[in-house]
Design a protein around this ligand. Sequence first.
Ligand SMILES: NC(=O)c1ccc[n+]([C@@H]2O[C@H](COP(=O)([O-])OP(=O)(O)OC[C@H]3O[C@@H](n4cnc5c(N)ncnc54)[C@H](OP(=O)(O)O)[C@@H]3O)[C@@H](O)[C@H]2O)c1
Length: 320
Amino acid sequence: MVNQALEAMPKLKLNTGTCISAVGLGTWQADPGLVKQAVKEAVKVGYRHIDCAKAYKNEDEVGEALQELFKEGVVKREDLWITSKLWCTDHNPADVEPALDGSIERLQCGYLDLYLMHWPVALKKDAQGTGPDDFAPLNVAATWAAMEKCYEKGKAKAIGISNFSVEKTKDLLSKCKVRPAVNQVECHPLWQQKKLWPYLKSEGIHLTAYSPIGSSNSPFATINVLELPTVTKLAEKYKRSPSQIVLRWNIQQGHSVLPKSTHADRLASNIEIFDFELNEEDLKEFDKIEQHRLLLGDDMWINDKTSPYKTVEELWDGDI
Ligand SMILES: NC(=O)c1ccc[n+]([C@@H]2O[C@H](COP(=O)([O-])OP(=O)(O)OC[C@H]3O[C@@H](n4cnc5c(N)ncnc54)[C@H](OP(=O)(O)O)[C@@H]3O)[C@@H](O)[C@H]2O)c1
């Protein structure tokens, strides 16, 4: 079964020439005690791409899972794609390489396949949250230059950005030496990234969709993507789960997706999406869905007078 899953999994080419697996396992809000088992189970059913971040505070446990998988001979390091992200407290250029080293050490993986700037936001080094006086001056180009050095040293085989609007991506492209390979952003039927996606495509930057099933059980999500009438109707028509329908929609846009689950049955079904296709007419149904920024965009970075962004519109430069 795992061989079938591996054969079916598309590999999507990045501007570095390397290929990323179309489905990666999300690890945000995967609780300590659960995430290790989830990573092991996921790899055993055919996932070869794991999405991590220092901010998720569970890289140690993901690293333990990886070590056990390597020792048990289930998978080799070179057959996995491991992403991690630079947290906002590490934007100072001098802090970038140590932060990357920290993720590599916790994940016990030798190098990263992809290192992303998590947000276009800088926080003070000791900031615990985003409260009064936690923000630091933002200099994306300087932070990026430090990430480029890590790329040149081979510590990250690709570098990229996350939560960057069209404007912010454009600005970085005008200043960078190494172009970002990926922009990882919220993307699902409720926020389809209708402005960002064509732009990234025209610039040869791959879009990875986070919260691809709408973070359905998350307290942050105000609308359940899996209960949208378009989704439930198509689930019935194709005899698939709502989760498989929304993941399939994302895949047919050309994006990679990062569904998170710590349940074995869901881990398995979330990759069983390569033996059916939504037809053109059904894809058009998604165009009619009214768009919302569902998750973090709304107030996480704008709740303090020292934040660089005063409104969510400014953070996303109006992209929806
Ligand atoms: N770059 C960024 O700023 C950023 C931001 C957010 C997320 N991400 C990445 O993207 C990943 C995914 O996003 P996410 O965790 O927000 O949300 P998601 O993957 O869209 O949704 C996860 C939620 O859906 C549930 N679920 C999983 N499979 C299901 C199924 N088949 N049917 C019904 N419910 C299902 C999960 O519950 P169970 O676990 O209980 O199954 C969990 O509560 C994250 O884990 C993280 O790696 C990145």
